[in-house]
Design a protein around this ligand. Structure first.
Ligand SMILES: Nc1ncnc2c1ncn2[C@@H]1O[C@H](COP(=O)(O)OP(=O)(O)OP(=O)(O)O)[C@@H](O)[C@H]1O
Ligand code: SF4
Ligand SMILES: [Mg+2]
Length: 338
């Protein structure tokens, strides 16, 4: 990696799944779940990742964690000993690198084992990695519970004794156990009541400041992403279509899809109500998208004939160089932000 401030650099990541049909699972095509995605995340930064259901957000996360093996590309991670390519690591080296990358999941109800006590749920990574056991493990679990706002004496309880918000705190404590550098949050507040969402988001921010954490924050909720992210990346059908600092992306989107997402998201302020523009055109399907031209072409309000023929590359959309969009007319269109 060129810059020592960069913690993670994803280069030309692709993950294709075979598309199967029928009982015999005959392969009838390919799902390009992630298709040539590149981005970086700096140390201490939060990068938001947004897009409609099925656009490939979780597949990006799973590729970074090597829960799925990428089809192509590099995932460079700034480890203690230098930079490693996560896509190429073998057993022991991968296990070591994984200690630095943890995940927080959407559903705090199904992601915690109901038959394990909280002490064992939070302490498991410590035990499995040989970091602590016995009294030392309990002491560390107490510390972690306090850090996420849970009473340490509750460590002997089972998950069902906790509310949704408290369960997500348990998930956060477990993710923190091994002092990771990067935490991937995949829709961490989507299953929670709105009143609880803000508490968890504020907790994540406080922990980031306290422990110097870096986040990849996945959500379909633009309000949540705006609240927590330094920069935001927008995905459409497996590709990045726009990436920019949060305020720039929300105020001056440079890709028609981002404009459509912003106009379709619920507005808290009455001034904006009624302006929602539904994204028209056919529902995207990663398995049927043909490579020629712009993937957003069928639904785009600004399309021109050339868009159907040439695929737009991600390029600078403003002179700053930090705002990029994959549209032939990026920087030329006047798009509505919020
Ligand atoms: N193991 C798999 N086998 C086949 N196809 C898969 C697999 N995992 C994901 N896909 C497909 O890849 C595409 C991207 O899925 P992914 O779960 O990454 O999307 P997402 O953006 O996280 O969606 P959501 O917002 O619903 O969580 C979808 O079309 C999905 O059906
Ligand atoms: S390249 Fe053309 S079709 Fe694609 S988003 Fe831009 S204007 Fe729309
Ligand atoms: Mg997902």
């Amino acid at each position: 990696m060129d810059n020592s401030q960069t913690l993670l650099e994803v280069r030309n990541l692709r993950k294709y799944f075979p598309l199967t049909k029928g009982l015999l699972r005959k392969v009838v095509g390919t799902v390009k779940a992630v298709d040539d995605v590149s981005f970086t995340i700096s140390r201490g930064e939060t990068l938001g990742l947004v897009g409609e259901s099925g656009c490939g957000k979780t597949t990006v996360a799973k590729s970074i964690l090597r829960a799925v093996q990428p089809t192509a590309g590099e995932i460079l991670f700034g480890d203690e000993g230098g930079t490693v390519d996560l896509t190429r690591l073998e057993k022991e080296a991968l296990k070591n690198a994984r200690r630095n990358i943890q995940m927080i999941f959407q559903d705090p109800f199904s992601s915690l084992n109901p038959r394990q006590r909280v002490r064992d749920i939070i302490g498991e990574p410590l035990y499995v990695n040989g970091v602590a056991k016995g009294k030392a493990l309990e002491a560390r679990v107490s510390e972690l519970m306090a850090a996420v706002g849970l009473r340490p004496e509750y460590m002997i309880r089972y998950p069902h004794a906790f509310s949704g918000g408290q369960r997500q705190r348990i998930g956060v404590a477990r993710a923190l156990a091994l002092n990771p550098k990067l935490i991937i949050c995949d829709e961490p507040v989507s299953a929670l009541d709105v009143s609880i969402q803000a508490q968890i988001l504020n907790l994540l921010k406080d922990l980031q400041d306290g422990f110097g954490l870096t986040y990849l924050f996945i959500s379909h909720d633009l309000g949540v992403v705006q609240h927590i992210s330094d920069r935001v990346a927008v995905m459409y059908l497996g590709r990045l279509v726009e990436i920019a600092p949060t305020q720039a992306l929300f105020k001056r989107p440079q890709h028609p899809y981002t404009e459509a997402l912003l106009s379709a998201s619920p507005k808290p302020h009455p001034k904006y109500r009624g302006r929602a523009r539904i994204i028209t055109g056919e529902v995207p399907d990663p398995s049927s998208h043909q490579a020629a031209g712009c993937a957003f072409y069928p639904r785009c309000n600004y399309r021109k004939p050339q868009c159907a023929e040439q695929p737009p590359a991600l390029r600078n959309a403003a002179c700053s160089g930090v705002h990029q969009a994959a549209c032939h007319f990026a920087g030329e269109l006047t798009l509505a932000g919020i």
